[in-house]
Design a protein around this ligand. Structure first.
Ligand SMILES: [Zn+2]
Length: 353
């Protein structure tokens, strides 16, 4: 993001009312959150924590949306998609991915104070007996904790070179792609083998559930937490069972991730689960195969995590969303919501704003 856009152009466009006028006419905009940074939590890695917003910014964004747009409930969106009922002009849907504990402890209280409801896309893994933290977050923390050096694993034929943080981050992303090709049992086995190889004790990351701020940041909501969200007026959608990169998987595994998550979550919350958000949600992670599977599995619609803002095309099984990040100021947020940012970027091909 260019500093001139962020500090000069977007504030000017927002303050002049241009962004709001521009959004008019686009029927629908979906916003993706990934949670709110819990009280007392120190950001340890700007990239890993970059999708969680501060409580203060979250509240400001909601207040802007209430003032200038029309935040609708997930059920209104379902009725619009399924039955063709009307949505108000400038309709906004709030969503939150991953089902981290702070969704219940830090986000839901603010949503309730603002009298808004949100569609939480959670994992089937939330319902597992031993559910703790997302496998790819655990892997990242593990790679950061490992002593520097070269490692080689016969299992899955993995070789790792761990040095500075940048190197660890790129090793991590290669592993996320590779491990997405396997099932959750193989992923858990690889994580355990690498812990031993790195010389880290069992329970090396016990803080993630013993320290309250870390627990809110990293641990997954449990079944009773999901039911509590529903009782507070929130809705539950599926984000698959385990959050793999679906496009890397065999058809059998991808189908299981998509279809079993729906039935599992429906049983847990006692309500229809009608929406899916693809894990990672970018074009490299989602192909037409996954879109067809989402439809066959009985979802009414499915969401990407890119391309959002008013005026976007709205394919039912690839609905675009605005991904909110921690560093977005309020006018930048509005530039995304209005669709201005998306159109501006697509006009500047090759731009990296
Ligand atoms: Zn996710």
């Amino acid at each position: 993001m260019s500093p001139i856009l962020k500090r000069v152009v977007y504030p000017w466009l927002a303050n002049s009312g241009y962004l709001r006028r521009r959004a008019d006419g686009g029927s629908f905009c979906v916003i993706t959150y990934h949670g709110v940074l819990p009280k007392g939590y120190q950001v340890s890695d700007a990239q890993q924590d970059g999708s969680l917003v501060s409580a203060e910014n979250f509240r400001r964004q909601l207040q802007l949306l209430k003032e200038c747009y029309h935040v609708v409930s997930p059920e209104q969106v379902r009725d619009w998609i399924v039955d063709g009922k009307d949505l108000p002009a400038l309709a906004i849907l709030l969503t939150c991915d991953d089902g981290l504990r702070n969704g219940l402890t830090s986000m839901a209280p603010i949503l309730r104070e603002e009298d808004l409801s949100c569609l939480f896309f959670v994992l089937g893994a939330s319902l597992a007996e031993n559910s703790r933290i997302l496998w790819y977050e655990e892997l990242y923390l593990l790679l950061l904790a490992a002593p520097a050096g070269s490692y080689s694993f016969d299992f899955l034929g993995v070789k790792l070179e761990l040095g500075d943080r940048g190197q660890r981050r790129s090793a991590w992303w290669s592993l996320v792609k590779k491990l997405s090709q396997y099932d959750q049992v193989a992923r858990a086995r690889f994580i355990e083998l690498s812990r031993v190889e790195f010389g880290l004790p069992d329970g090396w990351n016990a803080e993630c559930w013993n320290n309250e701020a870390l627990r809110e940041r990293f641990s997954l909501l449990k079944g009773e937490d999901l039911r509590q969200l529903v009782s507070q007026g929130m809705s539950i959608g599926s984000h698959t069972l385990n959050h793999p990169i679906l496009s890397q998987q065999t058809s059998d595994e991808a189908w299981r991730e998509i279809s079993e998550s729906r039935s599992l979550l429906e049983r847990a919350v006692g309500k229809p689960v009608w929406a899916l958000a693809y894990p990672f949600g970018d074009p490299a992670s989602v192909t037409t195969r996954e879109m067809q599977m989402a439809e066959q599995a009985g979802f009414q619609c499915a969401f990407m995590n890119v391309g959002g803002g008013f005026g976007a095309q709205l394919p039912r099984f690839a609905l675009p969303r605005v991904h909110v990040t921690v560093d977005m100021n309020l006018s930048e947020f509005e530039a995304h919501v209005s669709g201005f940012h998306r159109d501006f970027r697509s006009r500047l091909s090759g731009d990296t704003a």
